[in-house]
Design a protein around this ligand. Sequence first.
Ligand code: SAM
Length: 286
Amino acid sequence: MINVCDIQVMKPLLAEHGFHFSKAKGQNFLIASWVPESIAEQAGVDETAGVLEIGPGIGPLTQQLCLRAKKVCAVEVDNRLEPILKQTVGEFENLEILWGDVLKQDVPKLVAEKFGALRPMACANLPYYITSPILSALLEADCFDSVTVMVQKEVAQRIAAAPASPDYSAFTVFCQYYAEPELLFDVPPHCFMPQPKVTSAVIRLKIRKERNWDIDDPAIFFRLVKASFAMRRKKLSNGLASGFPDLGKTGAAEVIQAAGFDENVRGETLSIPEFARIANEIARRR
Ligand code: SAM
C-alpha cells in the first residue's frame, strides 16, 4: 500500500499527475499517518460497518477505512483526483468512489443502496468551507450510527459546548438534538499540506437512538432556537418577540412565564429540554 502521507511519496505523485491544490475546494491533505489511522480506529470502524467518506483527496483516510470496514463509499467532487486514487486505493475491492458534490446526494438513499444491512457510519476530513452544510446534511439524513469528522477546532468546540458557555450556539443545539458529541483529539496545522491557518480537531457524533425531548413541533423548536441566539446578548423575550412577531412583547413574556422561567432568562443558558418547554408553550397557543 502506498504511504500517501509521506511527502517524499506524495509530492512526486501529485507532480506526475500535474495536480495543484484547490483552495476553493478546501484541499488540505494529511501528511501525518497517525491522523487517518486514529480517525478510523477511534471512529470504531470494523467489519460490520459501511462507511461513507466525504472528500477522499488522495486517499489517506480511505486506505485506513478500507482496511477496517466491510464497505466504503467515498464521494469526491474533484475528478482530477481520479488517476491518483486509482494508484493509491485502486487495490481495495470494498471501495466505491462516487464523483460529485456530496451536498447534491440523496444521503439516506445512497446509504440504503450501498450499505444494506451494514452498520452505517460517516467519516471524513471535511472541506472546511462547507463544514456546516455537510454536517447538517449528515445529521438530518438520520441514517447513521455515528459521524466522525475532522473540522476546525473552534467548530468542534462549538458542537460540543454546554449551555451558558461562550461557544454554545444554535448550531450546538442543532447537532446535540441529533447526536451526542465527543471531542477525540486535536490535529496541528503541520499535519497537512498545505498547512491551514487554524488547529483542527476530530469529533465523534454518536447519533441518538431515542430523542426524548418531548417536542410537539420541531419546526417551532428550531425557529425558537434560531431566534434566541440571533439576540444572544439580550433577554430571551426580545428574541422571542422578534422571531415570532405574532406573539408580540406581551405574548413572549407570557410564554416564558407559562413555561416556568424567569422573565429575564437568556436563551444562551437553556438546555434542549428547556427550549422544548418554551417551544411547546408557543405551539399550544397557535
Ligand atoms: N481526505 C483527504 C485527506 O484527509 O487528506 C482530503 C481532505 S480535504 C480537507 C477535503 C476533500 O474534500 C478534498 O479532496 C476536496 O476535493 C473534497 N471536497 C470539497 N468539496 C466537496 C464536495 N462538495 N463534495 C465532495 N467532496 C468535496
